[in-house]
Design a protein around this ligand. Structure first.
Ligand SMILES: [Zn+2]
Ligand SMILES: [Zn+2]
Ligand SMILES: [Zn+2]
Length: 261
């Protein structure tokens, strides 16, 4: 299984428009964050988790050329505003609509934002086409490459799909919990045994709908994976300084990071 971090930033991205802070002015590429999403390659297939506003550029930057399924964690704009650019991947499928998995509220938002695209085949050649599949978490989805466990993470008024990937052939396990305020004991248990865990870690100061870096570090310790990466960081998080201060086995992810499990 291969995981590519297409974007690791919060909803405004980094640099933020009109901000002169240390991180936003930094020349370090690890301080340039598109909005958060990952691409997972398993068994020769491509699974896309969310499509950020920079999705097209992220695909070009990271050589993404195949998507077989899309999984949406939730309907916030920073996670679905790039979905129109999935049209290219529908082309690659000779116009066969892309299966899009998400909760019912997320799929409702999808219909509102892309009314022309929720259909089996594109309205016109070159248009996107999304075939919605409702997920009722906790639900286990079977794919040709393995299984995807889903769970509902609390994120203010929203619930976010937490995702646990298990590749059948290798037995490798990978947990992706973005945009969440807490991770319940049952969800920590679901993630236990993961080779790598990814957690929301917004910034130091508390936030009503996201975990702070300190909260994420506590969750990482109680899950106990050998390696945890934090994502969805605000501009207040200067990569090298914050990364140095994290416990061993916990690091900040950055745009373009690739993991091979
Ligand atoms: Zn800034
Ligand atoms: Zn969100
Ligand atoms: Zn977000």
């Amino acid at each position: 299984m291969e995981i590519c971090f297409l974007g690791t930033g919060t909803s405004q991205g980094v640099p933020m428009i009109g901000c002169e802070c240390e991180t936003c002015r930094s020349a370090n590429p690890k301080n340039k964050r598109g909005r958060t999403s990952i691409h997972v390659k398993a068994g020769g297939y491509g699974l896309q988790v969310d499509a950020a506003p920079e999705f097209r550029l992220q695909c070009i930057e990271n050589d993404i050329d195949r998507i077989d399924w899309v999984v949406l964690t939730h309907g916030h704009a920073d996670h679905i505003a790039g979905m129109d650019d999935l049209r290219r991947f529908v082309d690659f499928r000779q116009g066969e609509g892309l299966p899009v998995y998400g909760s019912r509220p997320t799929l409702e938002r999808l219909r509102q934002m892309y009314p022309y695209a929720v259909r089996d085949r594109p309205e016109f050649p070159g248009y996107p086409a999304f075939v919605p599949h409702a997920v009722r978490a906790p639900q286990t989805l079977e794919f040709p490459w393995g299984t995807l466990h889903t769970t509902n993470l609390p994120h203010g008024r929203f619930e976010v799909l937490g995702l646990v990937f298990t590749e059948r052939e290798s037995g490798k396990k990978f947990t992706y919990y973005t945009d969440c305020k807490t991770v319940k004991a049952s969800q920590r248990a679901l993630a236990a045994g993961s080779d790598v865990v990814v957690l929301d870690g917004l910034r130091d100061r508390p936030h009503p709908t996201h975990m702070t870096i300190g909260e994420a570090v506590d969750v990482a310790a109680s899950i106990g994976a050998a390696q945890t990466y934090l994502i969805h960081m605000a501009h207040l998080v200067e990569h090298d300084r914050v990364d140095r201060g994290l416990p061993s086995g916990v690091n900040l992810a950055y745009d373009g990071l690739r993991l091979v499990l």
